[in-house]
Write a protein that binds this ligand. Structure first.
Ligand SMILES: [Ca+2]
Ligand SMILES: [Ca+2]
Ligand SMILES: [Ca+2]
Length: 449
């Protein structure tokens, strides 16, 4: 009897599902949605019943959530709420319905909001309103106009419904507490191409208790516009938040725009040098390296490259000699960038070599990529010529290692799994005060060396 009842129940579920007027496509989407624990089937049924027409689920295409059903505890009561993204019948408008679970385990439709887009990009959660309940940040794109990307901030009110707190165009967004009041804001980077001279436009959105909405706190712009934004990082210096926006300016050139919060005037600003240039103009590089906190002290460093006068990168196999650039990590000060680390990237040869700023225009180098060696020379800044050899940094495979106990000019630098590195130091280097210890101090093997 029990078994028969089970079969009947299964038939009834089928009948209920088939009875609903949703398309085969939506049924497919429902079935393909990742299996979620617990009462997911109840949620699906309750949602389908609440829509009262055919619908098609829309899965977010990026971000942390990939199902059209997004479960998250918005109000922190220990019970997950559900967001469902979908289109109805023949319209491309995407809706988001908020479903809440009742004490008896059933789900009810708690409200619906419209979107400005036709595709869901990503869904994330943050307390923007400062009431401990989290807001929903959804990014949208428009199929026909891919450049039009929107973000919406949705709140859920005391009566449980869902409502739109902000709709903004954006290219990249970043959520953090910028103004230091303990509540997150939404920071937006946007390419503004409406005017003759396109701008990079940066905007801070925060909660306005007066209107119960999320609106503009401050904005700032700078020209020329980037071609695209890559990433945002932030740190806090002197009590004020700084935002580092990595961008592509086109032609494989990348740079970092720095935007700071001024706590006195409660505004964003773009720090400039004493000669009124934005700091970004000193961060241009031909490698797609992003800002990061390279030493883990909580402060962001900015990557760049600088030409080392007289320095070459020599590829004997192809007979090519190119200019050699130093890789630089800068720290941002108020109106300038200061060297944090400046080095020769010989990662193709298993190491990097720090090149102190005080060596600039005094010494230069040739990197032989086939031998993996660096030869350091004196450099005459006035007539841009290379002088005598100071020292060389060379390597040999471990299996070819020679007994070097008798070679007084040969100083071991590092022994790796594959290669031994050593320095040959001339009297000219010693005259310059360059010692084996200093050379060893500048050498850093790759992490897998
Ligand atoms: Ca909840
Ligand atoms: Ca804040
Ligand atoms: Ca750091």
């Amino acid at each position: 009897m029990k078994r028969a009842f089970g079969l009947i129940a299964a038939f009834l579920v089928c009948a209920v599902l088939c009875g609903c007027d949703f398309s085969i496509k939506s049924a497919d989407s429902l079935m393909r949605a990742p299996e979620l624990p617990g009462d997911y089937a109840l949620l699906q049924k309750a949602f389908a019943a609440s829509v009262d027409t055919s619908f098609k689920l829309k899965n977010p295409v990026s971000g942390d959530h990939h199902s059209a059903f997004v479960l998250h505890d918005l109000d922190g009561d220990g019970n997950e709420e559900a967001l469902v993204f979908y289109t109805r019948e023949d319209s491309s408008t995407v809706y988001v319905t908020l479903m809440r679970r009742q004490a008896d385990g059933s789900w009810i439709d708690s409200g619906v909001a419209e979107s400005p887009g036709t595709d869901v990009n990503s869904v994330r959660f943050a307390d923007i309103g400062g009431d401990a309940a989290e807001e929903i940040i959804v990014t949208w794109s428009v199929t026909d106009i891919p450049a039009n990307k929107y973000l919406c901030v949705y709140g859920s009110g005391p009566d449980g419904n869902i409502f739109t707190m902000a709709t903004e165009l954006y290219d990249m967004l970043y959520v953090t507490d910028v103004n230091g009041d303990g509540v997150s804001e939404v920071f937006i980077a946007l390419r503004d191409t409406v005017d003759d001279e396109p701008l990079n436009y940066f905007k801070l959105l925060g909660y306005s208790a007066e209107y119960g909405l999320v609106s503009k706190i401050s904005d700032v712009s700078v020209a020329p516009a980037a071609e695209s934004f890559l990433a945002v990082a932030s740190d806090t210096k002197g009590g004020s938040v700084r935002l580092f926006v990595d961008e592509s300016t086109g032609n494989n050139i990348y740079q970092t725009e720095i935007i700071c919060w001024d706590d006195g005037s409660k505004r964003l600003y773009i720090p400039k040098t004493v000669s009124d240039r934005p700091l970004s103009s000193f961060t241009q590089r031909n490698v797609k390296t992003l800002c990061e906190d390279i030493d883990g002290d909580g402060m962001i460093e900015i990557p760049s490259v600088v030409r080392l006068p007289g320095a070459t990168r020599y590829d004997p196999e192809n007979g090519v000699t190119e200019n050699l650039y130093l890789n630089v990590w800068y720290a941002a000060e108020d109106d300038k960038l200061t060297d944090f680390k400046r080095y020769i990237d010989c990662s193709g040869s298993g190491y990097t070599f720090d090149f102190p700023e005080s060596w600039m225009n005094l010494y230069t180098v040739q990197y032989d990529i086939s031998k993996g060696s660096l030869e350091f020379y004196l450099y005459n800044d006035e007539d841009s010529t290379r002088g005598g050899l100071l020292f060389s940094l060379e390597r040999e495979t471990v299996s070819d290692a020679v007994d070097d106990d008798d070679d007084l000019d040969r100083y071991p630098v590092y022994s790796g799994n594959e290669y031994n590195y050593f320095a040959i130091i001339t009297p000219a280097a010693l005259e310059q005060g360059i010692t084996a210890e200093e050379i060893i101090g500048h050498f850093a093997p790759d992490s897998d060396g």
